[in-house]
Ligand binder design. Structure first.
Ligand code: ZN
Length: 413
């Protein structure tokens, strides 16, 4: 393992051990690797294209001392599906969807929790806590159950009901905070995000928020999305559309593609194009404005996401909820892929970019679909109400005959 921690504020170099922020200055830590020795060593060049447990396949670029003992529920190795219908409609000749909803609890957060919980267990820790809009809570609850650990999870009333139930069925403890956008004001939920590290330190818990300023190991798992895309395609793509929620997915995949160039396994980094939802956090290109009078910056990995987008020569598009819902519906009807709202941010941005004529038809393009649709059926119901086929009430199969009057009516599009 060549992994070590680097403070992004004071540049201190630390071993990849139990530090969640810089012990010198409190700054944000990044896991870094010795790319030259990974290149010379050659093991990564052998393993990275072989399907297998994420922690072993990309071991040289993961922060674990014992990758063979890593916790796994089979996360990663998600499908990269070639698009035909949407590709044609958007004028793209080489479009693929990376389906992160195929992870064990239905989102890419499984990758992050798998790596961070494995790291914590190497350090002898078994009690975990997170503040989550849902998906990290789902992943943490599942992996804690799998490893016999304990998970305490703070969500808000705004968290989709199915996600709350998913946490509960794995046996984790849910703490319910007021909705960030409801009568309780934004305070409690966002303050909990900020306050969790101190709370955890007082109670012997590992902070498992998937943001680099709070746990630098979490985001290392998200990198595997990028490694897998490049391994499947045989090279880094030209353009990657990524959702910007917390910012760690966009930052993580760009770090991955950059790693591959640094160790000699790819030639160039892709252009990173982010899609962010307007209604929640501030746009990540305007992070100089602290949010909600809390005095800190949200989303927590927003600076990192924006730096990555800029370094790649990419773009940020801010999407309205209507456009996100429309993208969800179109993805389901035209490709058979059911995404939750966050899962469709990147696609909504890609559809808007196509409408504005800013896509390169020949670029090898990948759009990351970050989570599965059943996690938020309230959102799905709106789409179905607007665009789905209403159910037809029938007393029996025979009574359905009237809807199949002629052979032509059986023809499907
Ligand atoms: Zn420092």
């Amino acid at each position: 393992m060549t992994a070590h921690l680097r403070c992004l504020s004071c540049n201190a170099k630390l071993p990849a051990a139990e530090h969640y922020s810089c012990p010198e200055c409190g700054g944000e830590l990044d896991v870094q690797y010795d790319h030259d020795s990974i290149r010379e060593d050659g093991r990564l060049a052998q393993s990275w294209r072989q399907p297998g447990p994420m922690a072993e396949r990309f071991a040289e670029l993961m922060p674990l001392a014992a990758p063979e003992s890593a916790v796994s529920l089979g996360e990663g190795n998600t499908p990269l599906v070639r698009s035909h219908n949407l590709a044609r409609r958007l004028g793209l000749r080489h479009l693929y969807f990376k389906l992160e909803g195929s992870n064990p609890t239905g989102s890419f957060k499984d990758r992050q929790v798998a790596i961070a919980i494995s790291k914590a267990r190497e350090l002898g820790r078994r009690r975990f806590a997170t503040v989550s809009s849902g998906n990290v809570g789902n992943a943490l609850a599942a992996y804690a159950a799998h490893t016999g650990g304990r998970a305490d999870i703070w969500v808000s009333h705004e968290t989709a009901e199915a996600k709350r139930q998913q946490i509960e069925i794995y046996g984790a403890q849910v703490f319910l905070l007021p909705s960030p956008q409801g009568d309780g004001g934004p305070g409690p939920y966002f303050s909990a995000l900020k306050g969790l590290p101190d709370f955890c330190a007082r109670h012997g818990l590992v902070p498992m928020i998937s943001a680099r300023p709070i746990n630098p190991y979490m985001v290392e798992g998200a990198k595997a999305i990028g490694y897998e895309i490049a391994a499947t395609l045989g090279r880094n793509p030209d353009v990657v559309f990524a959702p910007v929620g917390g910012g760690g997915l966009a930052g993580g995949v760009f770090k991955a593609f950059s790693d591959l160039v640094a160790v000699g396994l790819a030639d160039t980094v892709p252009q990173l194009r982010g899609g962010q939802r307007r209604a929640y956090f501030a746009p990540v290109d305007r992070m100089d404005e602290p949010q909600y009078q809390t005095g800190y910056y949200l989303p927590l990995d927003g600076h990192w996401a924006w730096q990555s987008i800029q370094a790649s020569g990419g773009t940020l598009q801010i999407m309205e909820d209507d456009a996100i819902r429309a993208a969800q519906g179109e993805l389901a009807r035209q490709e058979g892929i059911f995404a939750e709202p966050h899962g469709a941010y990147a696609l909504a941005a890609m559809i808007e970019a196509a409408d504005k004529g800013t896509l390169d038809p020949d670029a090898l393009t990948v759009c990351v679909i970050s989570g599965f649709g059943l996690k938020d059926m309230v959102a799905a119901r709106e789409i179905i109400a607007n665009a789905g086929r209403p159910p037809i009430e029938v007393a029996s199969l025979e009574a359905s005959e009237a809807h199949f009057a002629s052979p032509e009516s059986l023809e499907l599009n």
